[in-house]
Design a protein around this ligand. Sequence first.
Ligand SMILES: Nc1nc2c(ncn2[C@@H]2O[C@H](COP(=O)(O)OP(=O)(O)O)[C@@H](O)[C@H]2O)c(=O)[nH]1
Ligand SMILES: [Mg+2]
Length: 350
Amino acid sequence: MNIGIVGVPQVGKSTFYRLLTQTEPEASKGKATVGIARVPDARIDYLSAFYRPRKTTYAKINVTDIPGLEPGRSGEFLSALKDIDAMVVVLRAFEAQHVPTRFEDGINPYAELHEVINELTITDWAMADTRLSRLRKGAKQAQTAQDIALFTRIAEQLEQGVPLRRQSLTKEERLQLQGITFYSDLPLIVVVNTDEEELLSGQYPGKMDVAAWCEAEHAPYLEICAQVEMEIAELPEEDRQAFMQDLGITESGLARLARAAYAHLGLISFFTVGEDEVKAWTIRQGTTAKQAAGKIHSDIERGFIRAEVVSYHDFTAYGGQKLKEHAVLRLEGKEYVMQDGDIVNFRFNV
Ligand SMILES: Nc1nc2c(ncn2[C@@H]2O[C@H](COP(=O)(O)OP(=O)(O)O)[C@@H](O)[C@H]2O)c(=O)[nH]1
Ligand SMILES: [Mg+2]
């Protein structure tokens, strides 16, 4: 999974990137940085403690940090986002003397949100417009005429500030657009970067508006105190818990973001286990056993015989012991629809 961090300048995007990847971004120098976030998963922790494998592999999310969006340059910055599945919009709610506010009357995360949506929409409009002029110069084939009609309509609406996400398109039109990235069409996850006080009070200016917007747009909404969590992450393991408790943080920002992203994008995990490796695999909801086998290796998909499946829940209920006797180890065929938390061994023959 690839996610891009977007927002206006100086809102904590790079701080959030640091928190997710535990590495330094270069985005402040005007460049994009891609890093890897390891998705925390208590189920993998358990399975790894059980099998004591040589290798434990958590699911990964590729995170890209880019410079803050600004009129005239957003397109250039956004073009660094490749094959993005979702955008994380970071909004500033934190108060800090040393960081100048974008608005005269102080912080305004709701206004920032609109700025970001506008920049994404304008960038798409410019792209659609460029494409349109190219199409108009091109040969007058039937396909071109269709494309011109579609792009004209899309561009008009983008120009009026309607993100592609909110434009009504038929299935056929969607197919016509396949392979073209429209930033205003990508799933959004909104992260409000709060300070400690706001985290404790659960309040910040404009919260009602931001939350209502997210609900209307079906965008996951998270409040995260990036700076403080970053500082906590740097503490020795044994001190972290106490600090998190004081702030009422029960789950890390990364864990919450990962959960929101998986749910929003319809993704689930299955696990393969053994003495060599315990590993989490990410698939779409509705993936069949045979397709899941293909994630591991095309040979396993081609030679698929059966999948031996036990749910994580059943596995832990019996402490991983005598699963056959307890009749929780199932043999499933190629059409079996994989469930979140399935522990699988694929039987295959090539
Ligand atoms: N007090 C406070 N400062 C923050 C927080 N998040 C970021 N900052 C500061 O805000 C400035 C901009 O942060 P940065 O992550 O570089 O923002 P970016 O421009 O969006 O990437 C830096 O000086 C950070 O230390 C926060 O949660 N609280
Ligand atoms: Mg930055």
